[in-house]
Design a protein around this ligand. Structure first.
Ligand SMILES: [Zn+2]
Length: 439
């Protein structure tokens, strides 16, 4: 049944793409359509969970984050309005990747049921970008995206979000990565939280901090930092080892650490000194972690960008912003409504600012950048501000030729067996709890 459905979906997509002239013409990176044998439009997406210009702008103005700053100058950019009421990252990223509402894609939490079982990849009821472009015969590399364990078959490589977990197991969990044949290579990329030396961790603290002494005084905080950095380092290692995959049509590099580090440490930054009632030395020691973590993120972003040509079409995006803890009636929330969006492409004017863009506009826009039409059941629009002449001739055409729906391309449920390990589940719950993601 799944196969029948899938091939029907592929057939429908192929027919629609031919009908709208979006498939065979293979417009090049200059964004102009037309006959010929130009290569497919390709795209690098860098997802930075919870990145917020409110934090980044002052750092850039201060001469920090050189790669993000240089990229922003080459990109059209703007604040991205996320969902309100504020939502959790898995729900938001699934909405970014599918272009449809959570009621349609089905990914709405970290855990489910009375036992708080971590939600697995079979929760996706709508096709993601990699399914949609895969049906058009095109390839994806994606790493670490929420709710992607077990990694399911896609056209390309999917490194699931479970890579940091279960490191003590003698044999890796089945489904850490698709294809299976990459398992050993990917597992070898894991970073061990214990391995970071005090000298390596010193970059996250004010100059002169005795990190070893700090770790003795605040072991839980240091453990959080170690775990979060190790997970991000692991995914950067994977992307580095598999960077021959950069020939894929969509290279989607995602870091969860910025959000995790913010949940763990933003309050040191956000609570004014006058309202700080604990040890001032603690505040002084941890208050720079979040901005300093972004300096590491900036280095990682710079490295990933360096694997591609200097003008490679690239999007940087977050799923929400970050505010720090505040009481909003129902309890303490930390996310903020406004995330970031930046696009470097021949279709958009460098340095321009988008007036208003919403989270559900991202998927249609990414599809347009890949030269594929969005679907009519995606409620967002392809961003039509800040267009260059090439964008003005291309975007309305793509927008006008929406396909009816991509939903038939959704992955068939149950095709990827789930190997569960109660120890790994508990390890995940422990981490989610320690950062306040779940109770
Ligand atoms: Zn968060």
């Amino acid at each position: 049944m799944g196969l029948v459905k899938r091939s029907l979906g592929v057939f429908a997509l192929a027919a629609l793409l031919l009908a709208c002239g979006c498939g065979g013409g293979k417009p090049g990176a200059d964004g102009n359509s037309g006959p010929g044998n130009k290569p497919h439009a390709k795209l690098l997406v860098i997802g930075l969970d919870s990145a917020d210009f409110k934090l980044l702008d002052p750092l850039m103005a201060d001469g920090k984050l050189p790669h993000l700053k240089a990229f922003r100058a080459q990109a059209a950019s703007g604040r991205m309005q996320s969902f309100y009421p504020l939502e959790k990252s898995p729900l938001l990223w699934a909405s970014i990747c599918t272009g449809v509402l959570p009621s349609v894609h089905g990914v709405d939490n970290f855990v489910k049921g009375d036992e708080d079982k971590p939600v697995t990849g079979s929760a996706w009821h709508a096709p993601a970008l990699w399914d949609i472009i895969g049906a058009a015969g095109r390839t994806t590399f994606v790493n670490g995206m929420w709710v992607t364990f077990p990694a399911r078959p896609i056209k390309g490589v999917m490194v699931s979000d479970y890579l940091p977990y279960g490191a003590e197991r003698s044999r890796p969990l089945a489904g850490l990565v698709f294809p299976d044949s990459l398992t050993d290579k990917v597992v070898a990329c894991r970073a061990d939280p214990v391995s970071f030396t005090a000298a390596q961790l010193a970059r996250f603290f004010p100059a002169g901090t005795d990190v070893a002494a700090l770790e003795k005084a605040y072991p839980d905080q240091l453990q959080k930092l170690r775990n979060i950095w190790a997970a991000d380092q692991g995914y950067l290692n994977v992307a580095r080892q598999l960077k021959d995959q950069r020939a894929v049509d969509l290279f989607f590099f995602y870091l969860r650490g910025p959000d995790m580090i913010s949940h763990g440490f933003y309050h040191y930054l956000a609570i004014p000194p006058a309202d700080w009632h604990r040890d001032p030395a603690e505040r002084a020691a941890f208050t720079e972690i979040v901005p300093r973590y972004y300096e590491w993120v900036d280095e990682a972003v710079g490295e990933v960008l360096s694997w591609f040509p200097a003008d490679y079409p690239t999007v940087m995006v977050s799923d929400h912003g970050f505010y720090g803890p505040r009481n909003e009636g129902k309890g303490v929330v930390e996310h903020a409504e406004w995330g970031i969006f930046m696009v470097r492409s021949p279709l958009y004017t460098p340095g321009a600012t988008f007036g208003h863009l919403k989270l559900l506009d991202i998927c249609p826009t990414l599809l347009a950048l890949l030269d594929l039409p969005p679907a009519k059941d995606m409620s967002g629009v392809v961003l039509a501000e800040a267009l260059t002449p090439a964008g003005q001739s291309r975007i309305p055409h793509i927008e006008k030729n929406r396909v009816t729906s991509y939903l038939a391309l959704r992955p068939a449920a149950g095709t990827t067996p789930v190997e569960t390990d109660e120890k790994v589940d508990e390890e995940i719950r422990r981490q989610l709890r320690s950062l306040g993601y779940i109770k």
